[in-house]
Design a protein around this ligand. Structure first.
Ligand code: C5P
Length: 306
C-alpha cells in the first residue's frame, strides 16, 4: 500500500473515531470529561482524598463548603453553630468512621441500589447479593421484591425525612441537608427528636449507633461542583451514593437508576402518585448521562433493568 493511501486511511479512522465519540457524549460538556478524567488519574487521588466522604472528629469542612450546603434547605444558623453541633455528634458516634471491613475501609465489590421502577422483573436479586457491600437508600424495600433487589443490605443511606429502622449489622449513612438533620441524628438515638420538618419525622430510630456515618457537606458540594458542574438543583441521594462508592470500592455495580417512560423517578415498590414528579430538584438527565458515560469508560458496571 502506498504511503499516501496509508496516511489517508489513518486520517479517515481518526476522523471516524472523533465523530463517534462526539455523538456519544455531545450532551456532556467538555469540562465534565476533564473533571472525570482527573478523578481517575493517579495525580488526582490526592485531590479525591482531600474531600473525605464522611465527617470525622478531627477534620473540619471549609466555610465555603458550608455556605454552599446551607443554601440547599435555607439553613438559618451559622458556621459556628454547625461546628458546635458536629462536635456533639462525635460524643455519640464513631469519631473515625470506617465504611468497610478492611483496615483501609476499602471494599472489593459494591452494589449501589437505587429505587428505580426498572428493577421490577429484572431478576437482579442474586447478582446484587453477590457483592461485598450492598448500599440501599431511603425507603428501599426488600420483602416481596427479593428476586429483583436481593436480600442483603450492608449500608443504608438516608436523611431524617426518609429514615427507616435498620438491623444491628447495617451501617446507617446519614445524608444531612441542614443542621437540624445532625440534631435529629443525635436525638433520634438518645432523648427522641420532637422538632418539625417539611415531612413527618421519626422521633426515634432503631439502628446500631456504632455503625453510623455522616456524609460530609464538603463531599456533597464536591459532587455538585466537580461531577455535575454546578448543574441545576443538587445531586440526588442515589448519585451522591454512587460517587461515594467510587471512592470506597474497587468495583462498583449500579442497579435501580433511571426514570420511567414518562421521565418520572418512579419506585419499584409503589405506584407513582405525582405524575409530574420528573426527577425532582435534581439534574436527573445529566446524572443519567454521566452514569452511562462511566459505564462506557468501565469505571462502573451499569445494570439498566427492564
Ligand atoms: O426516590 P429515591 O430518592 O428514594 O431513590 C433513590 C435514588 O435512586 C434517587 O436519589 C435516584 O438517584 C435513583 N432513582 C433513579 N430512578 C428512579 C428512582 C430513583 O435513578 N426511577
Amino acid at each position: 500500500m502506498g504511503y499516501k493511501i496509508k496516511v489517508l486511511l489513518f486520517l479517515l479512522v481518526v476522523t471516524a473515531m472523533g465523530v463517534l465519540l462526539r455523538s456519544e457524549y455531545t450532551n456532556l460538556p467538555q469540562l465534565i470529561h476533564q473533571s472525570i478524567w482527573c478523578c481517575f488519574s493517579k495525580d488526582n487521588l490526592v485531590f479525591i482524598r482531600r474531600v473525605g466522604p464522611f465527617l470525622s472528629a478531627n477534620i473540619n469542612i471549609s466555610e465555603d463548603a458550608f455556605t454552599w450546603w446551607k443554601n440547599i434547605q435555607e439553613e438559618k444558623n451559622d458556621f459556628t453553630y454547625y461546628k458546635a453541633t458536629v462536635k456533639k455528634l462525635f460524643k455519640i458516634f464513631p469519631p473515625v468512621p470506617t465504611f468497610g471491613k478492611s483496615s483501609t475501609g476499602r471494599t472489593k465489590t459494591c452494589a449501589v441500589v437505587g429505587n428505580s421502577v426498572n428493577l421490577k422483573g429484572s431478576g437482579y436479586g442474586p447478582l446484587i447479593d453477590l457483592n461485598d457491600a450492598i448500599i440501599r437508600m431511603n425507603y428501599a424495600q426488600i420483602r416481596g421484591y427479593e428476586a429483583d433487589v436481593g436480600t442483603k443490605t450492608t449500608h443504608h443511606v438516608m436523611y431524617p425525612e426518609s429514615a427507616v429502622n435498620l438491623d444491628g449489622a447495617t451501617h446507617l449513612l446519614l445524608l444531612p441537608f441542614k443542621i437540624q438533620d445532625l440534631e435529629w441524628l443525635i436525638q433520634a438515638f438518645t432523648t427522641g427528636f420532637y422538632g418539625k420538618s417539611y415531612a413527618p419525622l421519626k422521633s426515634k430510630i432503631r439502628a446500631n449507633k456504632d455503625l453510623v456515618m455522616v456524609i460530609s457537606p464538603a463531599f456533597m458540594w464536591y459532587v455538585h461542583e466537580i461531577w455535575l458542574q454546578n448543574k441545576r438543583g443538587y445531586p440526588s441521594t442515589g448519585f451522591m451514593t454512587l460517587v461515594l462508592a467510587l471512592h470506597l470500592c474497587d468495583q462498583v455495580n449500579v442497579f435501580g437508576f433511571g426514570a420511567d417512560s414518562d421521565g418520572n423517578w418512579s419506585h419499584y415498590f409503589e405506584v407513582l402518585r405525582n405524575k409530574r414528579l420528573k426527577t425532582g430538584l435534581h439534574p436527573g438527565r445529566d446524572q443519567y448521562d454521566l452514569i452511562q458515560f462511566l459505564a462506557v469508560r468501565k469505571a462502573i458496571k451499569f445494570y439498566k433493568g427492564v
